[in-house]
Design a binder for this molecule. Structure first.
Ligand code: 9MR
Length: 318
């Protein structure tokens, strides 16, 4: 992403519309942990420098994630003391480097199984306990930067009520143990066919913890139907409607529970869903701007639904 920020047109569009930034990849283990275990920060530092220069707030993403199990950790798999030491050191070093400069972090990303049945089996859980690795990450994070708001981040909480239930059971267990969680991130990779009322129901459940909610990776996909004969115009209209419902549901939350809304990318042409190796859709238009930076029906829907409250929100291009 740091390369994209160097492009003046992109930078202008971003700064005109957003006040917070999330790195799409540069602050993850895959970018930071070298095969020999050393930690590299050139990408993350470049994002920080850009953000500071342009007075953007940065949301840290993400300290621990099942998708990134670096070689250096895998070599210590099963050696609990050494694995634990590397784990703690990673969180301390990364958060410590940006202490006081990154006000919120996704400490653990996607801990619930994709199918919504309980916790995900990961290398982290195998070595530190399925709930233990989450609890430990939050405790070390709190110790490292007590000023940072610590988030747990998950996907499909709107689309799969059964997954939301598993997420909520996990939250209860973690909070009961005194885990220092300050907020809930709901990625909100939704689509134009999401049933009406799904977002409202999700926000109602998630708000029951009384913690701020971050819509952390919002995009509205045209969906993944194999045969979809609807016109692009129809899909764009449905997308705009879906956006209105979604943002209205979020804005109906008490102000203290609304942390921010992050959009997962700036241009449709950069969206992860176009190139997702598991199910690429090169015609998808999930974001707020087309490839030329032009607004679309969904853009107006987004702005209108936020009307008058923009100043209270931190909107980001991931
Ligand atoms: O959009 C991100 C893509 O550019 C990266 O290559 C990928 C792997 O790091 O991660 C993508 O972002 C994911 C996010 O970190 C967590 N939720 C799902 C996002 C899409 O896969």
């Amino acid at each position: 992403m740091s390369a994209k920020l160097a492009d003046p047109t992109t930078s202008t569009l971003l700064l005109k519309n957003f006040s917070q930034l999330t790195a799409e990849a540069e602050m993850k283990m895959a970018a930071i942990v070298a095969p020999d275990g050393r930690l590299r920060f050139s990408g993350a530092d470049a994002i920080m420098a850009y953000a500071q220069q342009n007075k953007l707030r940065v949301h840290g993403h993400a300290l621990v994630w099942h998708k990134h199990e670096p070689e250096a950790f895998l070599r210590l798999d099963g050696n609990k003391p050494a694995f634990t030491a590397m784990y703690d050191n990673y969180i301390r070093t990364v958060m410590g480097r940006y202490r006081g400069r990154i006000p919120s972090w996704d400490v653990v990303n996607e801990p619930v199984n994709g199918d919504g049945l309980g916790l995900r089996a990961t290398m982290w859980g195998r070595n530190l306990g399925d709930l233990g690795y989450i609890e430990r990450a939050f405790r070390i994070a709190r110790e490292t930067d007590p000023s940072a708001k610590l988030f747990i981040n998950e996907y499909d909480l709107e689309l799969k009520p059964e997954k939301r239930l598993a997420f909520m059971q996990m939250m209860e267990a973690l909070l009961k143990k005194g885990t220092p969680i300050d907020g809930i991130g709901t990625q909100s990779h939704i689509n134009i066919d999401m049933p009406k009322g799904a977002a409202k129901a999700a926000f109602k459940d998630l708000a029951s913890f009384g913690l701020p909610i971050h819509v952390s990776e919002l995009d509205i996909s045209f969906g993944h139907r194999r045969f979809d004969w609807r016109s692009v115009r129809t899909k764009r209209a449905l997308q705009a409607e879906q956006m209105t419902d979604f943002i209205q549901a979020f804005m109906a939350l008490p102000e203290k529970l609304r942390h921010a809304i992050t959009i997962w990318g700036l241009y449709d042409s950069d969206s992860f869903w176009r190139v997702n190796p598991e199910d690429p859709n090169p015609d998808d238009e999930p974001l707020l701007f087309d490839g030329a930076g032009r607004a679309k029906p969904v853009t107006a829907a987004f702005a209108n639904a936020l009307d008058g409250t923009k100043a209270a929100l931190h909107v980001d291009a991931g």
